[in-house]
Write a protein that binds this ligand. Sequence first.
Ligand SMILES: Cc1cc2nc3c(=O)[nH]c(=O)nc-3n(C[C@H](O)[C@H](O)[C@H](O)COP(=O)(O)OP(=O)(O)OC[C@H]3O[C@@H](n4cnc5c(N)ncnc54)[C@H](O)[C@@H]3O)c2cc1C
Length: 74
Amino acid sequence: MSQENVVCDVLIVGGGPAGSAAAAQLARQGRRVLVAERQRFPRFHIGESLLPASNVLFQRLGLESFQTLEGSQT
Ligand SMILES: Cc1cc2nc3c(=O)[nH]c(=O)nc-3n(C[C@H](O)[C@H](O)[C@H](O)COP(=O)(O)OP(=O)(O)OC[C@H]3O[C@@H](n4cnc5c(N)ncnc54)[C@H](O)[C@@H]3O)c2cc1C
């Protein structure tokens, strides 16, 4: 990112699941959101399972098609 001044309503530090989900929701509500992430994505991150309770959140985030593409079983 360049050193120019950046105007945003919300600055989120960290683009993991929590930060990116919050950013997506805020952006959908019309907020100008900037996510500052120190790592280059895709990053290595251990994880291989999802709790069924996560499905409600995925639906709210509009990520059902992602789950289907990845072959997750719900
Ligand atoms: C070994 C392990 C296995 C796991 N397996 C599973 C699993 O199978 N299924 C599952 O559902 N969950 C799993 N989890 C839990 C899951 O990884 C976490 O619940 C989830 O990643 C938390 O998301 P988060 O956004 O809060 O934090 P994180 O995923 O940690 O994201 C935080 C982000 O903030 C960035 N950041 C931190 N400090 C700064 C800074 N100063 N400036 C800029 N960026 C910064 C980091 O680079 C990171 O990308 C596992 C966790 C671990 C440790």
